[in-house]
Design a protein around this ligand. Structure first.
Ligand code: UFG
Length: 342
């Protein structure tokens, strides 16, 4: 019997990467995780995956990875710097490192015969002018990167276009809107944490006195920003569906969200209901670079690949995040202490 495909997951110790590595294991794939543990957690890597610690800036480490695993047949590329705000202060981490690390990986992978590639991309490609914000964002909306982070992902998307023409690389770019949620054993654990849902849950845990709402004077019904929150397990399934369809489809770009927007105040209100904690909130100034509304149209991937998010409501998503945060108030550090893994 032919062994299952071997999939390389770069950044597979990180938040979305580790959920996807687990989903690949559960679907019967062999999984190799390559991660420098800059943001990721060794304990987040599924036990059944092979873990290789290394950095994509180090070409000899990538070559050694392929020497050890010459049968890698597809790549899911998550490893990158991922913060919009940081990218406005440290643009070269994004414009240089994100792009050159992807180029290192792709050059070696293509030389070793890999022809299937899934890119972790972002809604930060769609920093539309204010008069165009609001309608669900389709794949054919104009790309206007909102930051060096978005620009770095767009540069990689364009690189992939050339590699398709020149080498026949088949690829999908998955542009996530607001990835969130967890399971009792796996969840969001960033240091520092900047994302709304984990911050709100840290207030419920008594780790912060309040959440600061970044502006309530946006042109939205309650004045706070509206986002499209999508569960990481649903994102993981989208990666597998896209990878399995690549031979047939060739090249695809998909926007991934629930298609429904919720305001910052609605997220806080939902977390109050789920946790039973009052979660004090204070209004602060706007955060630079935040668009008022970002909601995805994911009609294309639903129609073409039959993708259907399982966590369709904000309540279900926040409940799943709370399942993780309430059991692991200090994130993966709690798991190190308990000796749990994968
Ligand atoms: N927010 C607050 N207070 C906080 C944290 C966030 O009010 O303490 C607000 C933000 O202003 C924003 C919303 O909550 O309106 C969501 O913020 P997040 O930081 O959770 O997420 P972003 O929408 O800023 O970023 C997400 C992804 C990025 C991706 C981007 C696309 O994390 O990787 O969407 O625009 F690039």
């Amino acid at each position: 019997m032919k062994p299952p495909d071997k999939v390389l997951v770069t950044g597979g110790a990180g938040y979305i990467g580790s959920f996807t590595a687990q989903a690949l294991v559960d679907a019967g794939y062999q999984v190799v995780v390559f991660d420098n543990l800059y943001q990721g957690h060794r304990e987040a890597v599924p036990q059944a995956a092979t873990f290789v610690q290394g950095d994509l800036a180090d070409r000899s480490a990538i070559a050694a990875l392929f020497d050890a695993h010459p049968d890698i047949s597809a790549i899911m590329h998550f490893a990158s710097y991922t913060l919009v705000g940081e990218s406005m202060h440290k643009p070269f981490l994004y414009l240089r490192d994100n792009v050159s690390n992807a180029a290192n990986l792709l050059e070696i992978a293509i030389a070793r015969g890999v022809r299937r590639f899934i890119l972790s991309s972002t809604a930060n490609l769609f920093d539309l002018p204010v008069d165009q914000q609001g309608a669900p964002i389709r794949e054919d909306c104009p790309v206007v990167p909102g930051s060096p982070y978005g620009e770095s992902k767009y540069a990689i998307e364009r690189m992939l276009g050339w590699l398709n023409r020149i080498y026949g690389l088949k690829y999908a770019c998955l542009r996530y809107f607001n990835a969130c949620g967890g399971t009792p054993d796996r969840g969001e654990d960033h240091e520092p944490e900047t994302h709304l849902i984990p911050i709100v849950l840290q207030v419920a845990l008594g780790q912060r006195p309040h959440v600061v709402i970044f502006g309530d004077d946006y042109p939205t019904p309650d004045g706070t920003c509206i986002r499209d929150y999508i569960h990481v397990e649903d994102l993981a399934q989208a990666h597998i569906l896209a990878m399995e369809a690549l031979d047939e489809l060739g090249v695809r770009h998909y926007n991934l969200g629930n298609g429904q927007g919720y305001s910052v105040r609605q997220v806080i209100e939902t977390a109050r209901r789920v946790t039973g904690h009052p979660i004090p909130a204070v209004v602060g100034p706007r955060r630079a670079g935040d668009p008022a509304v970002l909601v995805a149209s994911s009609e294309a991937i639903r129609r073409e690949l039959g993708w259907t998010p399982r966590y369709a409501s904000l309540e279900a998503i926040v409940r799943s995040a709370w399942a993780w945060h309430s059991r692991h108030p200090h994130g993966y550090r709690d798991r190190y202490a308990q000796g749990e893994q994968g």
